[in-house]
Design a protein around this ligand. Structure first.
Ligand SMILES: [Zn+2]
Length: 343
C-alpha cells in the first residue's frame, strides 16, 4: 500500500519545505505571536509549530492473540480496544500476531474473528513470529523458519503489512553473527524490522494484576489506571528526549503495547493524557515511513528499543532506558500504589 505509507510522513516533508529559511520563519513566528497574544489560550497542539517540535506517536499491540487477563474475556477486550480507538479517532494501529497461538487457543474461541474485526476497523496486521521464540535460545535457521510460518498465514490476510517485531525485543544480544543472519534474512524477505521506540512494560503490569487477582487481593482501579497512564506518558517523553539528543530531532515514535486487559480498560485515558501532553497519534504506516526504521544500529548488545540502540551507537551519555522497565521498580510501584502495600 505505497499510497498509505506517505500519509503522515509525506505530509511532514511538505510542511518542512514550505516553511522556508530562518528569516521567513522568524517573521512568521512574530506574526503568529501577535495573533496568539490576542487570542484565547490555545489548549490543543499548534499545527503550524515546527515539525521537529511536534511529538508524533503510533500505537502497536504485540502478542495477538494474547492469553486472558485478570478482568475480562479476550473477545470483550478486543471489542473494547476497537471501540476506544474509534471514539478517540485513532485511525490505524498495528497488531503484531503470533499465528501459532491461533491453534493454541483455537479459532472456536473467536481469536481469528477478533483479528478480522481489527482489520475491518482500519487497523493493520504484522509478524511477531509464529510461536514467540526468544532469538537467544533459537538457531538463526529455526528462527527464520518460525518467521516464515507466521508470514505464510499473515500474507493471506487483508490488512497485512511486511513488518516483523522481534519477540522480547531480542535481536541476538552479544551474538553478532546471529543478529546479522536475521537482519539479512528479513531483508531477503522484504520484511521491515518494526522497531519500537517507547516501552513501558505494560505486559508486566498485566501480569501483576493477574497475580493480585489470583491471590485474592483488592486492586485500587483508579490507582492502576493512573499508574498505567503515567508510566507510558513518562516513557514516551523519556524516549523523545533521548532521541532529540541522539538525532537532533523528534522522530515518529512507535509505542509498544500488548493486547491486554490494561489496554482495554485504560487506553482511552492514555490517549487523552498523551494528547494533553502535546502528542499527536499517527498511523502505524506513517510512523514506519520515518527513515529511522531502516536503521541497523551497531551496539555491543542487540536488544531493546530503537531509541536505546541509536543512543548507544552514538555514545550518548546518561540513562538509555526508562527506569520503570526494571520490573523491581515497577512491581514496587504496583504494590504501593495499586495494592496499598508497604514494601
Ligand atoms: Zn511479544
Amino acid at each position: 500500500m505505497p499510497g498509505l505509507w506517505r500519509d503522515d510522513f509525506g505530509h511532514r516533508a511538505d510542511h518542512r519545505e514550505r516553511r522556508g529559511g530562518p528569516v521567513i520563519r522568524l517573521l512568521l513566528f512574530v506574526v503568529a505571536l501577535m495573533f496568539v497574544v490576542r487570542a484565547e489560550p490555545i489548549a490543543t497542539v499548534d499545527a503550524s509549530a515546527p515539525q521537529e517540535q511536534r511529538k508524533l506517536i503510533a500505537l502497536s499491540f504485540d502478542d495477538v492473540p494474547r492469553m486472558r487477563g485478570a478482568f475480562m474475556d479476550p473477545q470483550e477486550r478486543g471489542q473494547r480496544l476497537i471501540a476506544i480507538m474509534k471514539e478517540k479517532g485513532v485511525e490505524q494501529a498495528a497488531f503484531f500476531l503470533n499465528p501459532g497461538q491461533l491453534t493454541e487457543y483455537g479459532d472456536t474461541k473467536g481469536a481469528g474473528q477478533r483479528i478480522r474485526t481489527y482489520v475491518a476497523a482500519g487497523h493493520v496486521l504484522a509478524n511477531h513470529s509464529f510461536t514467540h521464540p526468544r532469538l537467544g535460545g533459537t538457531s538463526a535457521a529455526d528462527y527464520l523458519s518460525n518467521i516464515d510460518a507466521a508470514e505464510q498465514w499473515l500474507s493471506k490476510q487483508p490488512g497485512h503489512r511486511p513488518w516483523f517485531r522481534y519477540p522480547f525485543l531480542d535481536e541476538g544480544g552479544k551474538d553478532m553473527a546471529k543478529r546479522d543472519a536475521i537482519r539479512a534474512g528479513l531483508k531477503a524477505r522484504g520484511l521491515l524490522n518494526a522497531y519500537v521506540t517507547i516501552d513501558g512494560s505494560d505486559w508486566n503490569m498485566e501480569d501483576q494484576a493477574l497475580r493480585a487477582k489470583k491471590a485474592g487481593k483488592t486492586m485500587d482501579m483508579a490507582a492502576l489506571r493512573d499508574l498505567y497512564v503515567e508510566t507510558h506518558v513518562q516513557s514516551a517523553n523519556f524516549s523523545d528526549a533521548l532521541m532529540v539528543r541522539t538525532l537532533g530531532r523528534s522522530p515518529a515514535h512507535v509505542l509498544l503495547l500488548h493486547e491486554t486487559d490494561m489496554a482495554a480498560l485504560f487506553l482511552g485515558d492514555l490517549i487523552d493524557a498523551l494528547r494533553r501532553d502535546g502528542w499527536e497519534i499517527i498511523s502505524a504506516d506513517g510512523a514506519f515511513a520515518d527513515p529511522i526504521y531502516r536503521s541497523t544500529p551497531e551496539t555491543p548488545y542487540a536488544a531493546g528499543t530503537l531509541a536505546e540502540a541509536l543512543a548507544w551507537e552514538k555514545g550518548i551519555k546518561g540513562a538509555r532506558w526508562y527506569e520503570r522497565n526494571n520490573t523491581d521498580i515497577a512491581n514496587r510501584l504496583f504494590a504501593e500504589r495499586v495494592l496499598h502495600e508497604k514494601k
